[in-house]
Design a protein around this ligand. Structure first.
Ligand SMILES: Cc1ncc(COP(=O)(O)O)c(C=O)c1O
Length: 373
């Protein structure tokens, strides 16, 4: 699905150089690269503060801690996301309130957010799924009306632009009160291990987040907050500094792959190519098709037989997972999520795809539909 070896072949010498210099400096925790990476990402994102941490799940966890959410407070998020988004809500004893996505963009639907709001709602967590922003302008409007916090889970959308109605542009993750991201290796900006970060324009949140991510310590061995240990290590920060320089180029290469797929599948009525919304660019963390007529699994198996990898993100609605079944939802409460889980199929997507790979994938898929028509 991704080819990190091909990427390493391209940028290997630069990566090796920075790894060597961190090893030689022995500044493994909070070394200079951590601060430099935060500053460089801050400039790229156009946000006042970037606070790095150990991974994207921790970033969400830290965001909910800093907002002072209390057990029982309700947090609305999408039922169609990676588990990290919801598990931190459950871990903090907050009440998880799920909402259906929009069937076209896969992102949380504004109507379903409105329906899920109660007097106990405290926050909304939109996820910019597969690399395209949720409808942030309307989400921020709802948040203002109801005095709610917005935490953007931008783990899959590093570099995507949100375009406001008046033409103003902001990066995914910098619009809500806090944004979070992951540097998991396969992400558009990925390191060579685990890593994550938070974005905020609020000085107080930033100060407190830095403290909480480091044991609640503001001054050495003096603890102002109850915290955790969640730090981006220097090696990962040094790697990310190299990779950040290539992010725009890599995101453009992904978009070119997506354009090729779109065009190749244009005549295939059983395939629905990813919808691109007018208010966001798409950085194609995933290229996710919808396969109608119940042929998704058959197509997946066929491609597997040809050694073409595909993935189903995500195979089951969260409210039906064993750990989350006691939330009081009925099996059929989320019709859009349920259908998407049966129809979606993600194709290989990365910046180093070769034309012969693309030709093989697209012609194999078209052949499948010709055969099964
Ligand atoms: C939408 C989303 N949120 C959160 C995470 C968690 O990030 P991490 O794996 O770095 O903890 C991921 C991915 O891994 C993700 O895709």
């Amino acid at each position: 699905m991704v080819d990190l070896k091909a990427q390493y072949e391209k940028i290997g010498p630069e990566i090796d150089g920075v790894i060597k210099s961190v090893l030689e400096s022995a500044a493994f925790i909070k070394g200079p690269d951590v601060k430099l990476f935060e500053e460089e990402l801050q400039r790229y994102m156009g946000v006042r503060h970037v606070i790095s941490c150990a991974n994207g799940t921790d970033a969400l966890h830290l965001a909910m801690m800093v907002l002072g959410l209390k057990p029982g407070d309700e947090v609305i998020t999408t039922n169609f996301t990676f588990i990290a988004t919801v598990e931190v809500v459950a871990l903090l004893g907050l009440k998880l309130v799920l909402a259906d996505p929009d069937p076209g963009t896969f992102n949380i639907s504004v109507d379903s957010i409105r329906k899920a709001i109660t007097p106990r709602t405290k926050a909304i967590v939109p996820v910019h799924l597969f690399g395209q922003c949720a409808d942030m302008e309307n989400i921020m409007k709802i948040a203002k009306e109801h005095d709610l916090y917005v935490i953007e889970d931008a783990a899959q959308a590093t570099g995507a632009d949100y375009i406001f109605g008046d033409g103003y542009v902001k990066k995914a993750g910098t619009i809500g009160h806090i944004g979070t991201t992951s540097f998991f290796p396969s992400k558009n900006l990925g390191c060579y291990g685990d890593g994550g970060a938070l974005y905020t324009n609020d000085d107080n949140f930033a100060t407190k987040l830095r403290s909480i991510a480091n044991h609640g310590m503001k001054v050495r061995y003096h603890y102002a907050d109850i915290g955790v240990n969640s730090r981006l290590d220097t090696l990962q920060a040094a790697i990310l500094r190299v990779k950040l320089k290539y992010l725009s180029e890599f995101n453009t290469a992904r978009k070119n792959v997506a354009d090729f797929y779109d065009e190749a599948f244009a005549g295939c009525i059983e395939l629905i190519t990813p919808e691109r919304s007018g208010f966001s660019t798409h950085i194609f963390h995933q290229y996710t098709l919808k396969v109608s007529n119940g042929k998704r699994d058959e197509l997946k198996n066929y491609l597997e037989s040809l050694k073409i990898p595909t993935m189903v993100y995500y195979p089951g609605p969260l409210h039906t997972q064993e750990a989350y079944r006691n939330m009081g939802y009925g099996e059929n409460d989320f019709p859009v999520t349920t259908v998407l889980c049966k129809e979606v199929l993600s194709l290989p997507m990365h910046p180093d795809m070769e034309q012969d790979q693309l030709d093989y994938i697209t012609s194999s898929i078209i052949k499948f539909f010709d055969k099964t028509a």
